[in-house]
Design a protein around this ligand. Structure first.
Ligand code: GDP
Ligand code: ZN
Length: 356
């Protein structure tokens, strides 16, 4: 993917950072494709195949710190087609993937994301709870969520109205648009949400129409691989992680396979922020650690009894919070085991040394 740095999403604060740290012979660039430790980096004008400098690799604390699609990096071009990445610029809008309780560390699957386009299909499997989950993931990463009800052509306008209302009553203020790839003008609402220079990602269950939407927004078939192929001169079959590309309107899309299996991030903060109404009500609960289940003086349950809060919202909130807590616990357990393991090794080494 080529185009100027600004067209790639370069901002004033990134420029400022770059100017304060970059050395002679270096330039800024954005990772448009990441595969293991090989990166395609667009420098605004050309795409270079890059590796990591040894010094950078030794500084990277864990898997999650490795560059990923969307990252802004500082590199030194070696020749017309390759270069070496020397540093990462400060990150924001990072989507992490990690499996709770497994030894595998978290992995960053996309970075510098501004907007999460949460797609649901109007005809089946519609679930506000699932939207809650994706909103929590987005909020935890400081990414602005919007909701899209796709396949609007398959249901009546009344049914669409009800779905929109169901989302809006759970999440007041959330932008909700409908879309259809088969109706003329069916993408206008969505297009209006995708601003030039902003990076978005599409989240949602398989089959809701994410790929079809992206292709339609691009205006041609196989759009998702087109831009990358152009940059790296490689065909679709070898593109293992097709990734960052620009829509005709100037918005950028990151679409990596890893996004399909996103789980809740490791912090409960995203969940709290996604249910602002419950968070605000909870301030009036008698107990500051109220679980809103059996406790006396619970303002959240009182709101349900009064009819001002939907019971389904509390159910969804409690489920996501449980999930986030379980995740935190297993992450903490993992750290404890690792610490114990580390101590044991030190102990063995000490005993060995003492013996000799
Ligand atoms: P993904 O798994 O979310 O990427 O979903 P796909 O893009 O593969 O789409 C799943 C199916 O839904 C495909 O058969 C699409 O043709 C169909 N589809 C996608 N968008 C629409 C739409 O707006 N209207 C209708 N009727 N079908 C759609
Ligand atoms: Zn309570």
């Amino acid at each position: 993917m080529t185009g100027t740095l600004e067209e790639l999403g370069y901002t004033a604060s990134l420029r400022e950072h770059y100017n304060s740290v970059a050395a002679e012979g270096q330039c800024p660039g954005r990772v448009v494709e990441a595969f293991q430790e090989l990166y395609t980096v667009s420098t605004g004008g050309r795409a270079l195949r890059c590796t990591l400098s040894g010094r950078l690799r030794s500084r990277l604390a864990d898997r999650a710190a490795y560059p990923t699609t969307g990252d802004w990096v500082i590199l030194a071009p070696a020749d017309a087609t390759s270069g070496v990445i020397h540093d990462l610029m400060p990150r924001r809008g990072v989507l992490l993937r990690r499996a709770a309780g497994e030894r595998s560390a978290a992995q960053a699957i996309a970075s510098h994301i501004d907007v999460a386009v949460i797609v649901q299909s109007a005809d089946r499997d519609f679930s506000v709870n699932r939207i809650d989950r994706y909103i929590s993931i987005a909020r935890a990463a400081d990414i602005r969520p919007i909701a899209v009800i796709n396949k609007a052509d398959l249901v009546s306008p009344e049914a669409i109205g009800e779905l929109c209302a169901a989302i809006s009553s759970r999440h007041p203020g959330l932008h909700v648009v409908t879309s259809s790839v088969v109706e003329t003008g069916g993408l206008e609402g969505l297009r209006a949400e995708l601003l030039p220079g902003e990076t978005c990602c599409f989240l949602g269950s398989s089959g809701v129409g994410k790929s079809t939407l992206i292709n339609a927004l691009m205006g041609h078939e196989c759009a998702a691989t087109g831009a990358v192929s152009e940059a790296t001169q490689r065909g679709r079959h070898t593109t293992t992680s097709r990734t960052l590309f620009a829509l005709p309107g100037g918005a950028l899309v990151i679409d990596t396979p890893g996004m399909r299996e996103l789980g809740l991030a490791d912090s409960g903060a995203g969940v709290e922020d996604s249910f602002a109404e419950i968070r605000d009500l909870a301030r009036a609960c008698r107990f500051s650690d109220c679980s809103h289940q059996e406790e006396p003086g619970c303002a959240v349950r009182a709101a349900i009894d009064e009819g001002s809060l939907a019971p389904a919202a509390l159910d969804s909130y409690l489920r996501l919070r449980r999930e986030a807590r379980r995740f935190e616990q297993s992450a903490a357990e993992l750290r404890r085991t690792e610490r114990k393991h580390g101590k044991m090794i030190k102990q063995i080494l000490r005993e060995k040394r003492d013996r000799w």
